[in-house]
Design a protein around this ligand. Structure first.
Ligand code: FRU
Length: 585
């Protein structure tokens, strides 16, 4: 029975079509693989204009493949496909000329047709109960580390590790969003893909993490790691560094070159996540890479006079033995920057589990001096950057005289419930500083205050929230010893923050007590807490102590109860969603 006959007999559904109001230089991109039906049409997907075929997919492989069509004509397009013969994991369209301002229109394929999601409709998607309302999350697919963070003109750019083909980690791409204030985001097209189709090779890898270099003359380049096709997740792979020159609007790469394939002395397979800057004192470009040296997590320093040929300079930092002994495989996502005349090194040690608390994959900061390619820490102690640990792969960038940072709000402990259209969220944007003890401090970028929508009244430390699904900000000052904050959700599930034994503790309903989320010893002087669809992010003691957790079990709140042994002052605000339409900047 041929395809036509099957269609006529009704044993095989016919093609579905959808009209797209396309204009000049319209682009349609889809990630697709062969669908559930055995039947094969002559074309499983095509784009026509006034009945004329302008693009067609003749055959699809059993793994996802990226297809991109650019319309060099004008006028509407018709997308025609056989729903049973094609499975589309991710799709969008956009006008190349105004995508920097208007973003992409996501296309959700179903058997009945396409649902278009232009910017004006994003608020519907971001009103989902489990979506954080103050933070960036991808429209669809899997997201991990923030990459290529920068401000160009008045626009902030966030690139990020992305898998378009599902809600799990997979072949790594860089996707892209921009914002004028770090709270209202515009989604852009995928920026980088793996150099080869990894699914076809049965491999993983792809465009791993990296950073932006913004020069004084405004020129931007991106550095990133390509993990070559890998057949083991933890060893035996090759990681190389590449440099990308983007188009002026940062929407597409116009050059992408291999700039370093060296492993570094004594280093293992892991050499990744370049962070690059211009060292004005030495008049050279510098690059730090996360690696391991003879089994210890380490950060390598490379130098270049032309941004493209790099030579090894030094092992900038080697982690104390306890990290290797605690399972750390290497340093990841190193960041190294000057702040108020001091140098701060930040990195995560992946695979590490802390013996006393069983927390894993923590990130740390070390402060010191840097001259002639050598970093001298002020002391041996490492500062734990976020005791909640759902704050990983932090990357900072310069914003005028400020240094800001974002991190991936995740730590592999709990997964998004299945059925979700996406996985992965970013932290609040944080402003970095140093306190008198030369500790790195992080406070929320104050732009969120524009989203305050009214104060919440407390009576004897209690506030009824009537199932508030929107975000809540809580500010506490005064005598905070013995503090307890209990936020109760509509199912009775609770998120708890408590001060005891001179430490802060956090608990979410998923915790079984095996892992203890507690801060370093502190005398609690002030605390700001944000609750947002199951995310809790807290900032204590001027931002010297931060804690971030992600719960999927307590995502709305009926009641807040606060108590402490001494007199304290509590204020709280409801916040509007940064994704709510009327508010979009
Ligand atoms: C950190 C990390 C990076 C790597 C990327 C791959 O989360 O493992 O070291 O570049 O994720 O997605």
């Amino acid at each position: 029975m041929d395809v036509l006959e099957a269609e006529v007999r009704g044993t095989r559904p016919g093609p579905v079509s959808h009209r797209i109001d396309a204009g000049r230089r319209w682009c349609v991109e889809i990630w697709a693989r062969a669908g559930r039906s055995e039947a094969r049409s002559r074309t499983v997907f095509e784009i026509t204009q006034s009945g004329r075929r302008v693009y067609a997919i003749a055959q699809l492989p059993p793994y996802f493949e990226h297809f991109a069509f650019t319309h060099f004509g004008d006028g509407p397009l018709e997308v025609v496909w056989h729903p049973s013969e094609i499975e589309v994991s991710f799709a969008y369209c956009y006008a190349r000329e105004d995508v920097a301002a208007q973003g992409v229109t996501f296309l959700d394929f179903s058997d009945a047709g396409i649902t278009e999601w232009p910017m004006a409709r994003w608020p519907e998607r971001y009103a989902e109960e489990v979506r954080p309302a103050l933070r960036y999350s991808p429209f669809r697919g899997w997201m991990n580390d923030p990459n290529g963070l920068c401000r160009v003109g008045d626009t902030y750019h966030l690139f990020y590790q992305f898998n378009p083909n599902g809600t799990d980690w997979g072949p790594m791409h860089w996707s892209h969003a921009s914002s004028c204030d770090l709270f209202h985001w515009t989604h852009h097209p995928v920026f980088l893909e793996p150099q080869q189709n990894l699914a076809a090779l049965g491999a993983t890898g792809g465009a791993f993490s990296g950073s932006a270099l913004v020069e004084d003359n405004g020129e931007v380049s991106f550095y990133y790691t390509e993990r070559l096709p890998a057949y083991d997740l933890f060893k035996g792979y090759k990681e190389v560094q590449r440099r990308v020159v983007p188009s002026n609007d940062l929407i597409e790469p116009i050059a992408n070159r291999l700039v370093l394939s060296d492993g570094g002395p004594g280093s293992g397979d892991d050499v990744r996540d370049p962070k690059v800057w211009f060292d004005a004192d030495a008049q050279v470009y510098r690059m730090v890479l996360g690696a391991s040296v003879d089994g210890d997590p380490a950060i390598l320093l490379y130098s270049s006079s032309d941004r493209e040929s790099w030579s090894f300079t030094s092992v900038l930092y080697r982690a104390p033995k306890r990290f290797r002994e605690g399972g750390a495989r290497c340093a990841e996502c190193p960041d190294f920057f000057e702040l108020d005349g001091h140098w701060v090194l930040v990195a995560g040690f992946v695979g590490y589990t802390e013996a006393e608390t069983q927390r894993h994959n923590l990130i740390y900061a070390v402060t010191g001096s840097f001259a002639d390619g050598a970093f001298v820490p002020y002391c041996d102690a490492l500062q734990e950057l976020d005791f909640g640990t759902d704050f990983y792969a932090m990357q900072s960038f310069r914003d005028g005289s400020r240094r800001l940072a974002l991190a991936w709000l995740f730590n592999w402990e709990f997964r998004k419930p299945s059925g979700s259209t996406y996985s992965g969220e970013m932290s609040l944007p944080r402003v970095l500083g140093l306190n008198a003890e030369r500790q790195l401090t992080m406070v929320p970028e104050p732009g969120y205050r524009r989203l305050r929508a009214g104060e919440i009244a407390f009576e004897h430390g209690e506030a009824g929230l009537e199932g508030a699904t929107g975000p809540i900000e809580l500010e506490l000052t005064g005598s905070l010893a013995g503090l307890s904050i209990v936020a109760t959700g509509s199912t009775g599930a609770q998120i708890v923050v408590a001060e005891s034994d001179g430490r802060l503790h956090m608990r979410v309903p998923e915790d079984d007590g095996n892992i203890v989320y507690r801060s370093a010893a502190l005398e609690l002087s002030d605390l700001r807490v944000f609750l947002d669809a199951g995310v809790i992010e807290l900032f204590a003691n001027g931002g010297a102590v931060c804690g971030t957790r992600r719960s999927y079990a307590a995502t709305d709140f009926m009641r807040l109860a606060i108590s402490a042994t001494g007199p304290f002052h509590a204020r709280a605000w409801r916040l509007r969603s940064a994704w709510a339409g009327s508010d979009a900047a």
